[in-house]
Design a binder for this molecule. Structure first.
Ligand SMILES: *[C@@H]1O[C@H](CO)[C@@H](O)[C@H](O)[C@H]1NC(C)=O
Length: 274
C-alpha cells in the first residue's frame, strides 16, 4: 500500500526547466512567489529579497547545467576512454608503440575505471589497519565511498578479489523527476571479520554529470514528520516519487527489501560525498 498525496508536512519545490528567463527574473522584482509557476510551495506565499535571490541563483544554475548536460557527458566520456586506453597500454609511449605495431590493448569492462578512479588509484585496503583497529570502520567507509564511483563489474572485482568480501547488490535509484537512474549504491558484506555487518556506499556527485550537479544545486526541500527538513534534490535522487512522495511499503518484492529482512546486522553508511 502506498500513501496517498505528498507526505511532506511542508515543502518548496523548484522546477526551473519549466521557467522562461523572463519568468525567472520576475522573481527578483516581486515578493509574491505564488505567481511564479516554477515554484510549488506548501505554505510560503511571500519571501524577502535575500531568499528570492537564493532561489533565483539555484534556478539559473540549474538551467545552465541543463544546457551543459550533453557537452559535459561527452567530455567525461572521452576523457574516461582515453585515460583507460593509455593506462591499459602501459603509458602514452607504449600506446603509440602498440598502435604502430597494430597491437593496441583495448581495456575490458571489468578493468575500466572512472576519471575519479584515476585521480586516486588506491584499490587495496590498508594492511596495517586490522578489523579490531578503531580506524577500521572509517577507512573501509572511505575506500567504499571511493569505489562507489566505479562501474558494477569493477566494484565486483575489487570487493571479491582485493578485499575478500562479498558484493551483495549494486543498485541504481530511479529519479522520477529527472526520469532516469541518477543515484547508485552498492551493498557488501565483510565476510571475514563480521558477516553480520552489511555496508552500503552511495555514489556522490559524478564530476561530468550535469544532473548530479543539478541535484546539489536544487534547493527544493521537504519536511517529514519526526525527521525534519530534508534536501529535496537528494530525496528525488534517492527515489522520492512525483505523485506519492515515499510509498510506506515497497510495491514489489525487490532485492533490497529481501535484504533488509534477511540480514540482522548493522548498516554502515559511507556516502561518496559525505
Ligand atoms: C565497526 O562498526 C560496527 C557497527 O557499528 C561495530 O559493531 C564495530 O565494533 C566497529 N568496529 C570497530 C573496530 O570500531
Amino acid at each position: 500500500m502506498a500513501s496517498k498525496g505528498p507526505v511532506c508536512l511542508s515543502y518548496v519545490f523548484l522546477k526551473p526547466e519549466e521557467a522562461t528567463f523572463i519568468e525567472l527574473s520576475r522573481l527578483l522584482f516581486s515578493s509574491d512567489i505564488e505567481k511564479r509557476k516554477f515554484i510549488t510551495s506548501s505554505a510560503v506565499k511571500k519571501l524577502d529579497f535575500k531568499r528570492r535571490l537564493i532561489i533565483f541563483l539555484s534556478a539559473v544554475i540549474q538551467c545552465i547545467l541543463l544546457l551543459l548536460r550533453k557537452p559535459m557527458a561527452w567530455l567525461g566520456g572521452v576523457l574516461e576512454k582515453w585515460l583507460n586506453l593509455v593506462s591499459s597500454n602501459g603509458g602514452l609511449l607504449f600506446l603509440i608503440l602498440n598502435w604502430l605495431k597494430g597491437k593496441v590493448v583495448i581495456p575490458d569492462s571489468s578493468s575500466t575505471r572512472s576519471v575519479l578512479g584515476f585521480l586516486d588509484t588506491r584499490i587495496e585496503l590498508d594492511d596495517n589497519i586490522k578489523p579490531d583497529d578503531t580506524r577500521y570502520n572509517g577507512s573501509l567507509s572511505m575506500m567504499a565511498a571511493k569505489l562507489s564511483y566505479e562501474k558494477e563489474k569493477f566494484i565486483g572485482k575489487v570487493v571479491s578479489e582485493y578485499w575478500k568480501m562479498k558484493l551483495v547488490a549494486f543498485h541504481k535509484f530511479w529519479n522520477g523527476y529527472e526520469k532516469q537512474e541518477s543515484t547508485q549504491a552498492f551493498v557488501f558484506q565483510d565476510t571475514t571479520s563480521d558477516p553480520n555487518l552489511v555496508w552500503v556506499a552511495f555514489r556522490g556527485t559524478e564530476p561530468f554529470s550535469a544532473d548530479d550537479w543539478r541535484t546539489d544545486f536544487d534547493i527544493s526541500w521537504c519536511e517529514f514528520a519526526g525527521i525534519g527538513k530534508t534536501h529535496g534534490g537528494f530525496m528525488k535522487a534517492l527515489g522520492m516519487q512525483t505523485e506519492k512522495s515515499w510509498p510506506l511499503e515497497p510495491e514489489t518484492q525487490d532485492h533490497e527489501s529481501q535484504l533488509r529482512r534477511g540480514t540482522g546486522g548493522a548498516v554502515c553508511i559511507g556516502a561518496g560525498n559525505a
